[in-house]
Every structure is written in structure tokens, then in C-alpha cells.
Design a protein. Sequence first.
Length: 113
Amino acid sequence: QVQLVESGGGLVQAGGSLRLSCAVSGMPLGVTAMDWYRQAPGKQRELVATISSRGTTNYVDSVKGRFTISRDNAKNTVYLQMNSLRPEDTAVYYCHAALINYWGQGTQVTVSS
């Protein structure tokens, strides 16, 4: 059974950093592109960053230059390094396995001003 388990969220002041992790089990990470989404209260879920199975990355404009998505296929883990955090980055962040359209449970990120 496939599982995606996010961790690393928390409360941080504006300008701070967090690193989110998504541990994947039940399937080899290398076969799928992986995404990070986020959903703020009252807003639609938003695609934040994508990394292909070959390592090609894409970002939504609002996080370019601040966030970095990466993957370690040997550890079956995907990461989202978030720097220079802003209050508008506050949301629940979700890991998503594109090949099978499978979601993690989410991790809360709160950025205080």
C-alpha cells in the first residue's frame, strides 16, 4: 500500500526557513514526478513545485528563488526547502505522487509577521 507522509512543518517568523520532507513507501520514488501543493484557508489548492522523475523542476512564480524542490530516490524522499518565508506562504502543504494521483495528509506551515 502506497503511503506519503509529510513532515517538517511548523511555526516560523517571516524571513525564516523550513524544510519539508515527504517519505514515500509502497512504490519506488524514481518512477514518478512528485509535486508539492499548498492550500490556505478559504483558497483553492495551489501547485507550488514539481520535480520530474529525471529531476527537472518547476515552480509557481510566487516562490521562485525562495523554494527548492529536490528528491532522493535512494531514500524514497522528496523535499521542499523554503527560505525567506512570508506570511502569505501560510498553508497546509501536501505531497503528491503524480503517476498515481496520490496525496499525503499534509503538514501545516504558519509564517508570522
